[in-house]
Write a protein that binds this ligand. Structure first.
Ligand code: GLN
Length: 570
C-alpha cells in the first residue's frame, strides 16, 4: 500500500515548500523506496498554462503535455523521474470533473455537495497518481488558513481515516521571522499556523522551520510543546547557498530515520549522497566560474526582478556547470535595453555564453535578435531555446540570407519572409479561440541527423538510451503514440515542447543553402517536417532547439545541449 507524506505551508508562501518537499522525496528515494510527487494548486484555472508568467513564474511542461506549476520541476530535478500531468491537481479540474459527472447522470438521485463529493474526487485522484509507488508526497499549495485549501486539507484528513493514521504523515513548513527592530526570532506565527491546522483536525507530525538562521533549542522546545509533537520532530531549515543542500541538511537531523519511524519502517538501504554532495560542492565552492547571460523579457516587474520565469533554464545551467566542476554565474539581461541603446549589446563582451530562452509576443524581440547576432558574429557560445531558435532563424535569414524583413508571423504577420510561421492546425484553433492546452505540448521525438554536433552531444550523454525505453512505451500507448511521428533516423531523442509557431518548411532549403544546419526534425504522420534543432558549423557553439531541454535536466544527469554550452565557455 502506498504511504503518504502531506506537506502544508504555514505563515507565508515562498519559503521553499516545494524544494523541501522535493528533498523529502529525494531522501526517501535514497533509502531505497519508490517515490512520486503530487502537487495541488488550489486555483480555479484548469492548469497553469493560462497563468501570467510574471506572477507565477515558469510554466512547467510534462512529457505527456501537461502545463503545470514549476514546483513539479523540482521533483523531477531531485528525483530524476518523469512525472505525468495527472500528478497536478487544481480546483478547476476537480470541480469540472464533478460537474461533468453530475451532468452525465453519474450521481443520479443525489444532491451533489461540497462534502463529500469534492474531497472524494480529490482523494480518488491522489490515489490514482500514487498507485504502484511506495510513497506519494502530496504538496498542498498556499498556506494553511487560505480559504481555497480547505477541501484539500479535508481530503488528506479523511485519508488518515481511510488508510489508517500509520500510513499518512503531515509535515508543516513554517517561517520564523526575525523583525529588524528587535533582532529576535519569533515563534508566534508558527504557533498560529499550528492552531489553524488543528482547526482542520490535523496535528502535524513534523514541523520544518524555515528561517534566516538555525533555530535554537529554546525555540525548538517552545514549538514542540505548543504543537504537542515528539521531541526531535521540530526540524530547523535555515537559509542556505543552494537548494540542493536541503536533503543533506535534513539528513543531519536524521530526518529519514525519524520519518520512516513514523510509518513503522526502516530504510531499505543506507542513503548514499556522495555524488549529490560532490555536485553541491561544485555549485557552491568551485573556484572556476563561468558567466552566462540569459537575455529575456520577463526580467523586470515593478520594483522587483522576477527570475522565476526562467527557473528551469537557470537550473539546467547550474546542473551542467556542476558536472564539469564549474560554478555558473547567471547575468539576467532585459533584451529591451538593447533596443533602446544600440551600443548596449556590446556589454555581452563580458559574458562567457549567451542563452535566449523561450518567450511569447513581440516585446523585447528585436533586442534578442541583436544579442543573437552578437553571439554569432563574435563567436560567443550560444544556446537558443524555443523562441530562441525561432529568433536565431530570423536573425540568420535577415543578416546572412539577405531576407531583409524576415520575421516570425507572431511579430509581423505581413513579413515578406515568414521564416517562422504558424501551421494550419494551429490556425484553426486560434480562429476558434481555443487557447487552453492547445499548443504543441509535451515530448516529441526528434530524428537526429548523422554527423551533427547535436547528435554527438546526445551520444555523449545517457539520454539516447533513456529515451529509447520511453520510445518503446510510446509505441505501446495509443493515446500518446502521435508523439513519435515517423522515425527515420537511427538516433532519436524526446524533448518537451510548448509553442505554436514552427520553422516554415518552405524556407528550409534556402536557409540550408546559406549555411544553417538543421540537425534534427520531427516528422508528423502527415509528412510535415518540423525542425527541432539548428547549429552552425565553424562557430565554437551555436546551437538552438525548438524544444525546452531544460525540462529534462537533472542535477545528476544534466541536459546535453546545456552541457555543450558550458563546456564551450572559456
Ligand atoms: N512564441 C513562440 C511560439 O509560440 C515560442 C514559444 C516558446 O518559446 N515557448 O511558438
Amino acid at each position: 500500500m502506498t504511504k503518504f507524506v502531506v506537506v502544508v505551508g504555514g505563515v507565508i508562501s515562498g519559503v521553499g515548500k516545494g524544494v523541501t518537499s522535493s528533498s523529502i522525496a529525494k531522501i526517501l528515494k535514497e533509502c531505497g523506496y519508490s517515490v512520486t510527487a503530487i502537487k495541488i494548486d488550489p486555483y480555479i484555472n484548469y492548469d497553469a498554462g493560462t497563468l501570467r508568467p510574471t506572477e507565477h513564474g515558469e510554466v512547467w511542461v510534462t512529457d505527456d503535455g501537461g502545463e503545470i506549476d514549476q514546483d513539479l520541476g523540482n521533483y523531477e530535478r531531485f528525483l530524476d523521474i518523469d512525472i505525468p500531468k495527472k500528478n497536478n491537481l487544481t480546483t478547476g479540474q476537480i470541480y469540472k470533473t464533478v460537474i461533468d459527472k453530475e451532468r452525465a447522470g453519474e450521481y443520479l438521485g443525489n444532491t451533489v455537495q461540497f462534502i463529500p463529493h469534492i474531497p472524494e474526487e480529490i482523494k480518488k485522484r491522489i490515489l490514482e497518481a500514487a498507485k504502484g509507488y511506495d510513497f506519494g508526497i502530496i504538496e498542498i499549495g498556499g498556506t494553511v488558513g487560505d480559504y481555497e485549501n480547505i477541501p484539500y486539507l479535508f481530503a488528506t484528513k479523511s485519508m488518515e481515516r481511510d488508510l489508517g493514521k500509520q500510513n499518512i504523515v503531515h509535515v508543516l513548513i513554517t517561517y520564523l521571522p526575525i523583525p529588524g527592530n528587535i533582532e529576535e526570532m519569533k515563534t508566534k506565527p508558527t504557533q498560529q499556523a499550528i492552531r489553524l491546522l488543528s482547526e482542520m483536525g490535523i496535528l502535524p507530525d513534523f514541523i520544518i522551520c524555515r528561517a534566516k538562521v538555525p533555530l535554537d533549542d529554546v525555540r525548538k522546545k517552545k514549538i514542540e510543546v505548543y504543537a504537542n509533537i515528539r521531541s526531535g520532530h521540530v526540524i530547523s531549515e535555515p537559509d542556505i547557498d543552494t537548494i540542493y543542500r536541503i536533503p543533506l541538511d535534513l539528513e543531519k537531523e536524521s530526518f529519514s530515520t525519524k520519518l520512516l519511524n513514523e510509518f513503522g519502517m526502516k530504510p531499505l538501504k543506507k542513503p548514499n549522497f556522495s555524488k549529490w554532495e560532490k555536485s553541491v560542492e561544485a555549485i557552491t565552492k568551485s573556484k572556476d566560474e563561468i558567466n552566462i547571460a540569459i537575455v529575456g523579457k520577463y526580467v523586470d516587474i515593478g520594483e522587483f526582478s522576477l527570475t522565476d520565469s526562467y527557473i528551469s533554464v537557470s537550473h539546467a545551467l547550474i546542473h551542467a556547470g556542476a558536472a564539469i566542476n564549474k560554478r555558473v554565474k547567471i547575468t539576467w539581461v532585459d533584451s529591451k535595453k538593447f533596443e533602446k541603446d544600440s551600443k548596449a549589446v556590446n556589454e555581452l563582451k563580458n559574458v562567457d555564453g549567451i542563452v535566449i530562452p523561450g518567450g511569447f509576443g513581440s516585446s523585447g524581440v528585436e533586442g534578442k535578435i541583436k544579442a543573437i547576432k552578437f553571439a554569432r558574429e563574435n563567436r560567443v557560445p550560444f544556446l537558443g531555446l524555443c523562441y530562441g531558435l525561432q529568433l536565431a532563424v530570423v536573425e540568420f535569414a535577415r543578416n546572412v540570407c539577405d531576407m531583409k524583413d524576415a520575421n516570425t508571423t507572431e511579430v509581423n504577420p505581413k513579413t515578406g519572409f515568414p521564416v517562422i510561421d504558424i501551421i494550419e492546425s494551429q490556425k484553426e484553433l486560434m480562429k476558434k479561440h481555443e487557447y487552453g492546452g492547445t499548443m504543441r505540448l509535451g515530448a516529441y521525438a526528434a530524428n537526429l541527423k548523422e554527423g551533427t554536433k547535436v547528435l554527438q552531444l546526445y551520444k555523449d550523454s545517457k539520454r539516447l538510451e533513456k529515451d529509447q525505453a520511453r520510445l518503446e512505451e510510446l509505441r505501446a500507448d495509443k493515446g500518446q503514440g502521435f508523439r513519435l511521428g515517423k522515425i527515420t533516423e537511427k538516433n532519436v531523442v524526446l524533448e518537451r515542447h510548448r509553442h505554436r509557431y514552427e520553422v516554415n518548411p518552405k524556407f528550409v532549403p534556402q536557409l540550408e543553402k546559406c549555411g544553417l544546419r538543421f540537425s534534427g526534425y520531427h516528422e508528423r504522420f502527415d509528412n510535415t517536417k518540423l525542425m527541432e534543432f539548428i547549429e552552425l558549423e565553424g562557430h565554437p557553439y551555436f546551437v538552438a532547439t525548438q524544444s525546452h531541454p531544460e525540462f529534462k535536466s537533472r542535477l545528476e544527469d544534466p541536459a546535453p545541449l546545456f552541457l555543450g554550452l558550458v563546456k564551450a565557455c572559456k
